[in-house]
Design a protein around this ligand. Structure first.
Ligand code: ARG
Length: 458
């Protein structure tokens, strides 16, 4: 018989059973469900709602059950619908009717809310650790390539040369903000829902604070309706994960682009690339492509959660059972993505020769020539026009600014002297941008030190 079967004369239709059950996905909540039940049972005994002996029996039964589940010796059943009723049934099989006292003053509505709070609390810290792993990989590559210059882009057109380290560190800061978002979620989830009952509280003299203390929550939901129907912390978590996936997707796009033969800036390590079943020459960036592709499903889960919640009247509705699969899938998507990106970054080879060739023939030093003219007293707008004409001339001559002879340059602006060639070198261009947060090696050294300090890296 169903745990709730008392008022029913007929068995549940098979399709209804399958449709309403959540055990296939909520079974992963079992460690939290048992931990929450142990705290609840201890509180019931402490408050004299069950006897001390009953409390001990229930707690011991739950502890033994946890060991057996962890050892893989327990199978859950669809007939018991969800993880909460499965565990109560299994406990009953082990310790008998006294197990029936565990659910005193409690509903599955506040129980599942408690389980999800504890699950998310752990997941937040697992995700934050993986974020830090990727930050470490980026910082190490930045440190090891402080002298590598790459073309910097706007509109995906060559703009100004920058340090590769500067580019990599940009992602470290994005990820640092991701960690702030995760710690916001950790604060939001640090609120204990148990004790709300089904929706209105309970007639028993429970002590919610005791449960909160045992389970290490620092505050309580102060409204029982809110406690059982709040899923805001899941929206926050999905938003934080979506933002991480956005960052990973942008980084992926760059790895994909940079490893094309057309760019040729990096080569992914064999361990982090894949081949083609037909074309023997291929080395494909499947990992970053999948990370980029999988970002979509995470955004979908965020939208899905909003949609589940938007029309729901208070308090619990079965729709809320739909809160789980998206969250689980988002976590299962973001963790490997972070780890694989960390691996890809730390093992990629930087093709320094190709980068030097790329910089030797471009116009990404044009702003510096204009700034040079400004320092010689020419208004910037006029300097911009002069350099624009020199660029046009160089293109016609099949060269770049460095390739123009001094006479040609002086014909455009008589103030130009032979020191201009030194100024036009990529190293000089980069080194000149010493403003705070700029790309000069001195500024990037400072940035690197700040990043390491803020991320807590050695
Ligand atoms: N499996 C349910 C869920 O995930 C647990 C709560 C069910 N409560 C209820 N009254 N049917 O939401």
């Amino acid at each position: 018989m169903k745990l709730w079967g008392g008022r029913f004369a007929e068995d549940t239709d098979e399709l209804v059973l399958k449709y309403t059950a959540s055990i296939s996905f909520d079974e992963r909540l079992w460690p939290y469900d048992i931990k929450g039940s142990i705290a609840h049972a201890r509180m019931l005994a402490q408050c004299g709602i069950i006897s001390p002996a009953e409390g001990r029996q229930i707690i011991e039964g739950l502890e033994n059950l946890a060991e057996d589940i962890a050892a893989g010796e327990v199978t859950f059943s669809l007939d018991d619908e969800d993880i909460h009723m499965n565990i109560e049934r299994l406990l009953t099989e082990r310790i008998g009717a006294v197990a029936g006292k565990l659910h005193t003053g409690r509903s599955r509505n506040d129980q599942v809310a408690l389980d999800m709070h504890m699950f998310v609390r752990d997941a937040v810290s697992t995700v934050a650790d993986a974020v830090k792993e990727l930050q470490t990989a980026l910082v190490r590559q930045a440190e090891n390539h402080m002298d590598v210059i790459i073309p910097g882009f706007t509109h995906l057109q060559r703009a100004q040369p920058i340090l590769l380290s500067h580019h990599l560190l940009a992602y470290v800061w994005m990820l640092e903000r991701d960690k702030s978002r995760l710690s916001f979620v950790a604060d939001e989830v640090d609120r204990m829902p148990l004790g709300a009952g089904a929706l209105a509280g309970t007639t028993f003299p429970i002590d919610r604070k005791q449960v909160a203390n045992e389970l290490e929550f620092s505050s309580l939901y102060e409204n029982s309706l809110d406690a059982v129907s709040d899923r805001d912390y899941l929206l926050d978590f999905l938003f934080a994960i979506s933002t991480i996936m956005t960052h990973l997707s942008r980084l992926s796009e760059e790895l994909i682009l940079w490893s094309t033969e057309e760019f040729g800036w990096i080569e992914l390590a064999d361990e982090f690339a894949t081949g083609s079943s037909m074309m023997p020459q291929k080395k494909n960036p499947d990992v970053p492509e999948l990370v980029r592709g999988k970002s979509g499903r995470v955004f979908g889960h965020l939208m899905g959660m909003f949609t589940v919640l938007k029309g729901l009247p208070l308090a619990y509705n079965k729709d809320l059972q739909e809160d789980k699969e998206g969250v689980f899938d988002a976590i299962d998507t973001v963790i490997p993505a972070l780890k694989l990106m960390a691996g890809s970054i730390s093992t990629m080879r930087i093709r320094e020769g190709r980068l030097a060739d790329a910089l030797a023939c471009d116009f990404s030093n044009a702003t510096d020539l204009a700034d040079y003219l400004v320092r010689k007293g020419i208004p910037f707008r006029q300097a911009h026009a002069i350099v624009g004409q020199l660029v046009q001339l160089a293109i016609l001559q099949g060269t770049n600014l460095n390739g123009l002879d001094l006479g040609t340059m002086q014909a455009a602006a008589s103030v130009i002297e032979s020191d201009v060639y030194e100024l036009l070198q990529p190293e000089t261009v980069v080194a000149a941008r010493q403003s705070r947060g700029g790309t000069a090696p001195t500024a990037v050294q400072l940035q690197l030190a700040l990043a390491k300090e803020q991320c807590g890296l050695e």
